[in-house]
Each structure stands twice: as structure tokens, then as C-alpha cells.
Design a protein around this ligand. Structure first.
Ligand code: ZN
Ligand code: ZN
Length: 226
């Protein structure tokens, strides 16, 4: 004995429901699915990607592509789809054809041109451009190397969170070293720690060095003295 089923939308009697609907009604809901023909994503060698101007760190390129595709497809909540693509060996500017198949309608395949474009993200372009926000001046005799090693280690460990937490350039001077640091925040944090550990005096001064997007750019000089 076969159970009779009714489509809750149009009331017609059917043998089998697809996602709870008769096939005609189901087809209508799939018409509400909007799959973009092309998606472009910028990627930087530091492991960040941007779609719509927001740079985010990603762990896995396959996951990244999947989540961006899902964000870009407009569809009714319950729709089940299969996303299928093959990663090219090198993806600088590569176009990856991605096929999207509705699970209940395997014949309806849509293709997205997925483009990964190699770009330098804003923080990397700052680094390449020698950008720095602070100079740490270490002035010490016996513990110079120790303080220097400590500050460098602090900055290194902060670089996972803050890409500019690193030494852009360093100068050796009499009784000390000048460290040019990409991020002021990171420089201040490292200097503060060094101050308390090595019982140093710390003095910070600021100077303007230009404007960007209507904002004043300030550089800090942090003097750490034994
Ligand atoms: Zn129906
Ligand atoms: Zn980058």
C-alpha cells in the first residue's frame, strides 16, 4: 500500500515529496536561488584574503572558497547544494570553475567563475614600504644585548595578532640601538615590559610626519635608558 501525500503548497496529490513539496512547487523555490556568475577574491601571501574590501585571515583555501561561495548564493534556507571545484597548483590570478549542484536536481548545474587575485594587503604594503610608527631607542651598557633580545622577542610574539609588530630597521649607535617598529601599540607594549623587567627609565615623545585620509600621522620615539 502506497501512502498518498499532498503538497502543502498547492495541495496536489503526489507519490513523493521533494524537500516537502511537489516537484513543480520545488522547482519554483529553486528559481529563487541566485548564484553569481563570477566572484573575485583578493589574496595576499601573508595568508589574508579580501572579498568586498574586508581583509581576513584564513587557514585553509578550500574552506575559504566554500564559505565565500555560500555567502554569495541567495537561496531559501532549506536548500541543499553541492559545491565542487578543484584547486589549481598555483592560484595567482587563477580562475577556478566551481560547480554548484542542487541536491534534488542533479541536472541543474550552475558554474561560478571564482577568481583568486594575488594582491598585497594594506598591512603588507606598509611593511614593504618601510612604514614605521615608532622608534625604540635603547640606551644601555652591560644589558644592551639582553634588552634588545627581549624587545625583539616581545615584538615577534605580538606579530601574530598585529602584522606591524616587528622591527623594520635598526641602527647601532654609541651606547645603544635604535629600533624602527611598524606598530606604535606593539612598540609601547614591549617597551613598557622591558622598562619594568630591566628597571629602565622610559620617555616617549611624538612628532607628526604627514597626513593620511585626513588624519594626522604621528611617530613616537620611546627612549629606554638604563
Ligand atoms: Zn505543489
Ligand atoms: Zn598581507
Amino acid at each position: 500500500m502506497k501512502l498518498k501525500r499532498f503538497c502543502p503548497k498547492c495541495g496536489s496529490e503526489v507519490e513523493k515529496l521533494t524537500e516537502g513539496l511537489c516537484i513543480d512547487c520545488y522547482k519554483k523555490t529553486t528559481q529563487a536561488i541566485d548564484i553569481p556568475a563570477k566572484i573575485t577574491v583578493l589574496v595576499c601571501e601573508c595568508g589574508k584574503a579580501a572579498e568586498k574590501n574586508q581583509w581576513i585571515k584564513y587557514e585553509n583555501i578550500t574552506q575559504l572558497i566554500n564559505s565565500i561561495i555560500l555567502e554569495n548564493i541567495k537561496m531559501p534556507k532549506k536548500t541543499k547544494i553541492n559545491i565542487d571545484f578543484e584547486l589549481p597548483k598555483e592560484f595567482g590570478g587563477a580562475m577556478i570553475p566551481v560547480s554548484v549542484v542542487l541536491k534534488n536536481m542533479p541536472d541543474e548545474i550552475k558554474t561560478i567563475e571564482f577568481i583568486l587575485k594575488n594582491t598585497t594587503c594594506p598591512s603588507c604594503s606598509r611593511i614593504h614600504g618601510g612604514y614605521y610608527e615608532a622608534v625604540i631607542q635603547i640606551r644601555a651598557k652591560e644589558s644592551l644585548k639582553e634588552i634588545y633580545d627581549f624587545v625583539k622577542k616581545e615584538l615577534d610574539s605580538g606579530s601574530k595578532k598585529d602584522k606591524l609588530s616587528f622591527i623594520v630597521k635598526e641602527d647601532i649607535i654609541k651606547n645603544g640601538k635604535d629600533l624602527y617598529v611598524g606598530s606604535f601599540k606593539a612598540a609601547k607594549k614591549a617597551a613598557k615590559k622591558a622598562e619594568s623587567i630591566y628597571k629602565l627609565s622610559r620617555k616617549t615623545s611624538y612628532a607628526d610626519f604627514g597626513m593620511k585620509d585626513g588624519k594626522k600621522l604621528t611617530r613616537a620615539t620611546i627612549l629606554l635608558k638604563e
